[in-house]
Design a protein around this ligand. Structure first.
Ligand SMILES: *[C@@H]1O[C@H](CO)[C@@H](O)[C@H](O)[C@H]1NC(C)=O
Ligand SMILES: *[C@@H]1O[C@H](CO)[C@@H](O)[C@H](O)[C@H]1NC(C)=O
Ligand SMILES: *[C@@H]1O[C@H](CO)[C@@H](O)[C@H](O)[C@H]1NC(C)=O
Length: 249
């Protein structure tokens, strides 16, 4: 006779537990929701520059993903980052933004992003390489951006990095001769490099930032870069220095 009652009681307890579980689930949902909302607010602040200027960073949250069209859309990304971030003064900060945009492209190419002051002239910078594989966006008086792309860095052998590092370090150890025009120097340096599609020399005094995009696990990017000193005829340092960047094919 007690059996139905006991069953009923047990059934009631089951309901109670279910109710408790439901409360826990609702609590967890509330906590998750709050965290998600917090992230949304943070993201909105970060992307919109604290909301006071919608154009403070390029493209915005609802942007359409750009097709990987070289050079048109890469130039567009560079121009957008520079033009829409007028208050940004550090070249490296611009580099970080351009990196983030380049990584949205659907490609296995690996990029070097070189950013420095908007200077010109053969004492300031010089480049040599496959002109289909690097682009410059020069904003006189403001900033210069050079983006190089490597097609084969992703599939390169493990020792590609070591080899590139060695070649760059050899050139840096030798130093550069003092000149009034460095335009032809990258071409001369290229003779010492293998599997290289790009050599860049940028005066170190111009707040040079070198970043890479898509170079997962290889932080030096698709090649290697270092500082090279300019030496006088006696082999003494003149004080002038360049950043030497070598990009893999
Ligand atoms: C934002 O961008 C739009 C379109 O590019 C432009 O018309 C507008 O003037 C810009 N606003 C600011 C505050 O720069
Ligand atoms: C620097 O050298 C390059 C190549 O030799 C030449 O085309 C250019 O006119 C020179 N620039 C200056 C300012 O002398
Ligand atoms: C170059 O360096 C040597 C020592 O390495 C020194 O004796 C010489 O005076 C230096 N020359 C100049 C022009 O500074």
């Amino acid at each position: 006779m007690n059996l139905p009652f006991e069953t009923h009681q047990k059934h009631g307890e089951g309901l109670k537990t279910a109710g408790k579980n439901l409360i826990y689930i609702i609590l967890i949902c509330l906590i998750c929701g709050t965290i998600a909302f917090g992230f949304c607010v943070l993201q909105a602040y970060y992307i919109d520059g604290c909301g006071d200027q919608k154009n403070s960073t390029i493209l915005g949250r609802n942007s359409v993903k750009l097709e990987y069209k070289w050079p048109e859309n890469v130039e567009k990304v560079i121009n957008d980052v520079i033009d829409n971030n007028d208050r940004m003064t550090m070249n490296d900060d611009r580099g970080v933004l351009i990196k983030a945009e380049l990584m949205k492209f659907d490609t296995s190419d690996v990029f070097y992003i070189i950013i420095y002051d908007g200077v010109d002239g053969p004492l300031s910078h010089a480049f040599y390489g496959d002109e289909n594989e690097y682009i410059h966006v020069f904003k006189p008086g403001k900033v210069n951006v050079v983006v190089f792309r490597s097609h084969f860095w992703r599939s390169s052998p493990q020792n590609a990095y070591e080899k590139k590092k060695l070649s760059v370090e050899e050139s840096c150890k030798k130093g550069l001769k003092l000149k009034s025009n460095y335009s032809d120097v990258p071409k001369e340096l290229m003779a010492n490099f293998k599997d290289t599609n790009f050599i860049g020399l940028i005066g170190k005094e111009f707040e040079v930032s070198v970043r890479s995009a898509n170079s997962f696990g290889r932080i030096w990017g698709p090649g290697y870069w270092d500082t090279v000193a300019v030496l006088d005829s006696e082999g003494n340092k003149t004080g002038k220095e360049f950043i030497l960047v070598a990009g893999y094919i």
